[in-house]
Write a protein that binds this ligand. Structure first.
Ligand code: AMP
Ligand code: MG
Length: 403
């Protein structure tokens, strides 16, 4: 049992060593929200495709309205989706609406506030009347322009742009399939009433939600009992996943069967003790192409270890820009004790007063089995191994819990 403790960074770099994007797939743009572009995207269209009016009014020859008032003959109408097919000559005007093509011959738009319609004619009046209300063809982008890089996440702005660029399908990285398995004879499903000695399984929900937020396609495998048969049957259903995350049963107790059962199925297992709090035992291995990560069962340990070790793996397999280095500075609001040999992820709350760095205060209990302090916290203070005590006002690093 005297195996040396592995640092968080070392464990993470081993987990990430050969993690690359899983491959791309073409999907309908309607389903592409929050996916990651696997290829750079070039415009297939020019936008706007024609000179378009930016206002409601009249399309004219600008020279005609240099001196006002003047009466012009209205020869037709151009509305969005219904262009005017003729040509505007001197002394003529075409009634036009926002988004409509500017007819040939016209080079200016007079807004309707400067006009008065008189039957077949329009009177243009006013001082200093501007006519440059035209959105020129290609003013947004032209066919062939590369506008979105590979690796770009498809949020609201990217989706609208890609659609207007003429794309109905996009090549995106495949989402990693992550199977999540709770283990334990004591666990009942959420919503069930626990019997004597039982508790409600909760970790799989938080971990599933977290990994989904970072790009995973999550498959919940339910609860395996602490028997070889039950574990084997549940793990069987993870065979076409990319990652299997097990929760609990990963220590060295009599009922901790995850490692022996998976090893028996041919998994090469690394069983690490990590120099971190909360969390310490962490299992990592491969069963064919399936990556397995075994998390501790204690709820806070499970969630923190999932954030620290599984999230970056999911991100890399998903081709997403990694949030691994997502810690940021904050100012200790109170004294924080010196740290021991394990990197400590302390549950804490941030307050913001003024423009400077936020102030951070650890929550009262740092017990790794307690979920309610974790729900009060909005960040984790990351205390590296063996750092001295922090005084109020010292800068520390925090990992936001905004997932
Ligand atoms: P284990 O690692 O299996 O010894 O579990 C450590 C502690 O975490 C025990 O108190 C378990 O009851 C608890 N635990 C294990 N799995 C879960 C889960 N999925 N949800 C909530 N608590 C759990
Ligand atoms: Mg257990």
């Amino acid at each position: 049992m005297a195996s040396p403790l592995l640092s968080v960074d070392e464990a993470l770099s081993r987990i990430l060593a050969d993690a690359r994007p899983l491959g791309s797939e073409r999907i309908a743009i309607e389903s592409a929200h929050d996916r990651i572009l696997a290829e750079p995207l070039a415009a297939r269209l020019t936008q706007p495709p024609f000179d378009a009016s930016a206002m409601d009014g009249y399309a004219v020859q600008a020279a005609d309205v240099a001196k006002l008032p003047i009466k012009l003959t209205v020869i037709g109408e151009s509305a969005a989706g219904h262009p005017f097919s003729g040509r505007v000559g001197a002394g003529e005007a075409v009634r036009i609406f926002t988004g409509a093509p500017v007819p040939e011959g016209a080079d200016g738009i007079v807004i309707q506030e400067h006009t008065k319609r008189e039957g077949a004619q329009v009177l243009v009046h006013g001082d200093d009347v501007q006519t440059d209300h035209i959105r020129p063809r290609g003013g947004d982008f032209r066919e062939g322009m590369a506008l979105l890089d590979a690796g770009r996440r498809l949020g609201p702005r990217e989706l609208s742009l890609a659609a207007s660029m003429g794309h109905g399908e996009l090549a995106v990285w495949r989402r990693p399939k992550v199977a999540v398995l709770s283990t334990g004879d004591e666990l009942v499903r959420p919503g069930e009433t626990p019997g004597i000695g039982q508790i409600v399984a909760s970790n799989h929900l938080g971990i599933g939600a977290m990994l989904r937020n970072f790009g995973a396609d999550v498959i919940q495998l339910g609860i395996a009992r602490d028997t070889a048969e039950s574990l084997t049957a549940h793990v069987e259903r993870a065979k076409d996943a990319d990652i299997l995350v097990t929760i609990g049963g990963a220590s060295v107790g009599d009922h901790d069967l995850v490692a022996p059962v998976l090893s028996k199925q041919g998994m090469e297992l690394a069983f690490w003790k990590i120099a971190m709090r909360p969390g310490k035992p962490l299992m990592s291995g491969r069963l064919g192409a399936l990556r397995v990560i075994g998390l501790p069962g204690n709820p806070v340990s499970a969630l923190v270890c999932a954030r620290v070790f599984v999230v970056p793996l999911v991100e890399q397999l998903a081709g997403r820009p990694t949030a691994t280095e997502a810690t940021r500075p904050a100012v200790a609001a109170v004294a924080i004790e010196a740290n021991g040999p394990r990197q400590h992820y302390m549950r804490a709350t941030l307050t913001r007063d003024g423009d400077g760095l936020p102030r951070v205060t650890p929550v009262r209990s740092q017990d790794s089995s307690l979920l309610s302090p974790l729900a009060i916290a909005d960040c984790l203070i990351v205390r590296p191994p063996n750092v001295p005590a922090a005084k109020p006002g010292d800068t520390v690093r925090v990992l936001p819990l905004d997932f």
